[in-house]
Ligand binder design. Structure first.
Ligand code: JFZ
Length: 504
């Protein structure tokens, strides 16, 4: 009797599990070129990436010469898109390289400044949409080798930053307006998978053949970059929304594999390839393609839920949407160092990295506004960087005074809205054990290096336990954000002394 019951139970279990499996496989599409991994990478290279916290982006190319202005006219368009601004003819633009001679360029100086800012990695535009190569590519004449400057700028950058201990990532635009095989923008925006599968971006065979030469050119250049600059840690792709590129899911996927094989540990973001159904960043099953999410460009998430458990970066311009050098920064709001510090902390509190963009001018100088920002961010990071580097979201809920990050059992409270009463009210989590509560065991202001006093424990309207940390005189006057490092301890409610202390 017992045995037959067991058998029935076993059969029933198998039946139920089978049903669940079938349901899951029905929901999931059998993609060949979607995500090749579910969840985060766990290797040391990616762990290193995750801990950077803060990075620097540099957009530099021949567009820095006009700097958004031509023949007395100024564009409000992104300066690095100047070729299509309407203010310059294509011919004029495509001859600018003959004047590219950045005599003020000093890669070591740039790297020093980035290090002083606190950047742990940097992304450099090796080739933007215009197709101009900052390295002497064998596969085109449109490169730095044919300018009066001649020297290999990518090499100078990779060497100088690597020597400062800053990891380098190579920005590479799939869009290339200089290549005859590139066909530009032939996408459809349709969610119908059948339409996408049947869609052909080309009008005739000749176009299709020309695109083959472009694919080969792109592959050659990427292999060339990884061969010439093996110190680079990854590739930061752009322009992959191009319709013809998106139709090459299988080919691009294979190329990615080839690049990864030649460069173990290589890091590639979600803006490289689409799946075979034309889905970018996340595939048709909703899984992130490649190593980290690049969709938060100039647009930070607000909640951990939006991040979906993935690694991600947010790259940010200082003015609104100007990446390359633009002479006139009076056209839009220009972020302050403290805006950027707040974004850096916010990104890290939500498990991402934050990257601040710089656009040096045509001579190779970093503008004074950017130098000032680098200095101010750096001064703050030198004191408070432990709230950023290697941290992730903390066990605390989001609270009005700012953001909290955590590394091991250290919790960092970055206060951006200083409370008027000079008490930082910290709501602590509820213990899983109903007999236990959290108390703040230790609190320290990073800029003072001395412990802070914690007082007035109590419960708010929702029943959550809180403590108030007293802002000392030295900090009461500051107009800058500051960080309090705390440690929590779980104590038994019956531990009268501790509990009393928590509630007085
Ligand atoms: C692209 C480039 O067109 C731009 O010049 C710059 O290099 C930037 C970093 O990348 O611009 C984008 C790309 C993607 C989005 C927005 C602007 N996006 O996904 O929202």
């Amino acid at each position: 009797m017992k045995k037959s019951l067991l058998l029935i139970f076993a059969l029933f279990t198998v039946f139920v599990l089978e049903g669940v499996a079938q349901q899951n496989s029905k929901e999931r599409l059998p993609l060949k070129h979607g995500a090749h991994r579910i969840g985060k990478r766990t290797d040391t290279e990616m762990q290193r990436w995750r801990e950077y916290g803060l990075g620097q982006f540099i957009h530099w190319g021949v567009y820095a010469i006009p700097g958004g202005q031509w023949k007395g006219k100024t564009t409000t368009y992104a300066a690095e898109w100047f070729r299509s601004s309407g203010l310059i003819t294509k011919e004029e633009y495509d001859n600018l390289y003959k004047e590219f001679n950045p005599t003020d360029f000093d890669a070591k100086q740039w790297a020093k400044q980035a290090k002083q800012m606190g950047a742990k990695y940097m992304i450099f535009t090796t080739k933007h949409h215009d197709g101009f190569c900052m390295w002497p590519s064998k596969y085109t004449d449109y490169t730095i080798a044919n300018t009066p400057y001649r020297n290999d700028i990518v090499k100078e950058i990779v060497d100088a930053y690597t020597a400062e201990g800053i990891d380098v990532y190579l920005y590479f635009s799939i869009i290339d307006w200089s290549h005859p095989g590139y066909q530009g923008g032939k996408g459809i925006t349709n969610d119908d998978r059948k339409m996408w599968i049947n869609y052909d971006p080309f009008n005739n065979k000749e176009e299709k053949d020309r695109y083959e030469t472009f694919k080969e050119f792109t592959r050659n250049q990427l292999i060339e970059l990884l061969t010439n600059y093996p110190a680079a840690k990854g590739l930061w792709f752009d322009g992959s929304w191009d319709g013809a590129w998106m139709k090459e899911a299988a080919w691009v996927d294979k190329l990615g594999e080839e690049l990864r094989n030649m460069h173990p540990g290589l890091i590639i973001g979600s803006r490289f390839r689409a799946d075979e159904l034309g889905k970018r960043h996340v595939d048709a099953n909703g899984d992130l393609i490649d190593d980290y999410d690049q969709r938060f460009e100039r647009n930070l998430p607000n909640t951990l839920a939006e991040v979906g458990g993935n690694d991600w970066d947010c790259v940010m311009t200082v003015p609104e949407n100007q990446w390359g050098y633009h002479r006139d920064w009076s056209l839009t709001y220009v972020k302050t160092a403290y805006d950027l510090i707040e974004m850096t902390v916010k990104a890290n509190a939500l498990d991402g990295n934050f990257v601040i963009n710089f656009g040096p001018d045509g001579k190779g100088s970093i503008r004074s506004e950017e130098t000032k920002i680098a200095k101010e961010v750096g001064e703050w990071m030198a004191v408070n960087g432990s709230a950023v580097y290697g941290t992730h979201h903390s066990v605390l809920d989001k609270q009005d005074w700012g953001y909290s990050t955590q590394k091991e059992d250290n919790i960092y409270l970055s206060v951006f809205n200083k409370p008027m009463n000079n008490l930082v009210r910290v709501k602590v989590p509820k213990s899983k054990d109903k007999d236990m509560i959290f108390v703040i065991e230790k609190a320290e202001f990073l800029s003072l290096k001395k412990s802070a006093s914690v007082q007035n424990g109590g419960r708010d309207k929702t029943g959550s336990l809180y403590y108030d940390i007293v802002i000392p005189k030295e900090i009461q006057k500051t107009d800058k954000p500051f960080v309090i490092k705390i440690k929590l301890k779980e104590v038994n409610k019956g531990d009268k002394e501790a509990y009393q202390q928590a509630l007085t």
